[in-house]
Design a protein around this ligand. Structure first.
Ligand SMILES: *Cc1c(COP(=O)(O)O)cnc(C)c1O
Length: 357
């Protein structure tokens, strides 16, 4: 029997990360998430490429944020932090709260009131973070936590913290380790733009080290109502059903543009309808329950495929990151699901009749 145990992203990729023997490793054994082939979906949309899904919802707190948080919290402890703070559309706060609890570090979370999926709020509260809901949006929350971290002895763990990006780049390593090289394309949702920055950094490092022979084209997708990079200007009042990417002024804007341009990729937008359609297709055709923001990557691939973008890339591999777990936002799932339940009396004949058997 194989006796190998995954040890979390810091131990697995230690030599590529800014840690030393003195760094206390705070981990929930994040990473090692499934890379799934989506044959049914590829067939359904007649995509002549091999479509793979990096299912980051399988991380301990249900999103990719754990990869960055294990490094950010470990370094915060190493550097003697007394508390950490973040602004969040939900998943950063869930992850910070969990890793902070494990590190016995107080966690402060500032969220936009009423704009956080229920599962994420539940996580932050149950892990006992100090949660402040402001009457504003994510961009307001980020501005406030940046100032607090400059004025008070609390460490910022948003993706402005470079340790977050370092941890998140390990997803590109995992994909490359499985495939033996980088894919031809890598698609992902873009919110604050930390993740596209991190993936591109990871792919470039593996390429520079000669581990990968090629670099992927990075395809970033924003929600149409929250697409500052596509529009070329900050969006004052971003709107989208995909709350995790409801961001009007991304912190890593220029790095996202750099990833796009250096890789020969693109950043485009997808409508909420396209996002929900992809979300439902993933659930019904592949058995994958991701959150709406995650489905923006697949929605983007469907859109670009319709435009003929992949025409000369038959047989190539494309990876879509599914950033978070669908259970984060059960409300939306119930509202958009194709199925509903049927009420029945506790009677065999009645149930059989309803089922039409
Ligand atoms: C944070 C998050 C995003 C956006 O990632 P950025 O690094 O902010 O671009 C997308 N989807 C989910 C589920 C997230 O939690």
């Amino acid at each position: 029997m194989m006796n190998y145990r995954w040890r979390g992203v810091i131990e697995e990729y230690r030599k590529y990360l800014p840690v030393s023997d003195k760094t206390p490793v705070i981990t929930l054994l994040e990473g090692n998430t499934p890379l799934l082939e989506a044959r049914n979906l590829a067939e359904y949309i007649s995509l002549p490429l091999r479509l793979l899904l990096k299912y980051e919802g399988a991380n301990p707190t249900g999103s990719f944020k754990d990869r960055g948080m294990t490094v950010a919290i470990s370094k915060a402890v190493e550097e003697g932090a007394k508390a950490v703070i973040c602004a969040s559309t939900g998943n950063t706060s869930a992850s910070a709260a969990a890793y902070g609890a494990r590190a016995k570090l107080p966690v402060i979370v500032i969220i936009p009131k009423g704009a956080i999926a229920l599962g994420k709020l539940a996580q932050a509260l149950l892990h006992n973070a100090k949660v402040v809901a402001i009457e504003g949006n994510f961009d307001d929350a980020l501005r406030i936590v940046v100032e607090i971290s400059q004025k008070f002895p609390v460490t910022l763990v948003n993706s402005l913290n470079p340790y977050r990006i370092e941890g998140q780049k390990t997803a590109a390593f995992e994909i490359s380790d499985v495939l033996g090289d980088a894919p031809a394309f890598h698609a992902l949702p873009v919110g604050n733009a930390g993740n596209i920055t991190a993936y591109w950094k990871g792919y470039k490092e593996y390429h520079q080290l000669g581990i990968n022979k090629r670099l992927p084209r990075m395809l970033g997708f924003q929600a149409a109502g929250a697409a500052p990079i596509v529009e070329g200007r900050p969006i004052e009042n971003p709107q989208t059903v995909a709350t995790a990417i409801r961001i009007g002024n991304p912190a890593s804007w220029k790095f996202a543009v750099q990833a796009r341009d250096e890789s020969g990729g693109l950043i485009d937008k997808v409508t909420d309808e396209e996002i929900i359609q992809a979300y439902k297709l993933l659930a019904s055709l592949e058995g994958i329950f991701c959150e709406p923001a995650s489905a923006a990557s697949v929605a983007g691939v469907i859109k670009k495929h319709k435009e003929g973008y992949f025409k000369s890339f038959e047989g190539e591999t494309i990876v879509c990151t599914l950033t978070g777990h669908g259970l984060k936002d059960p409300q939306l799932a119930v509202e958009t699901a194709p199925a509903t339940f049927i009420s029945a009396p506790p009677d065999l004949e009645e149930v059989v009749k309803i089922l039409g058997l």
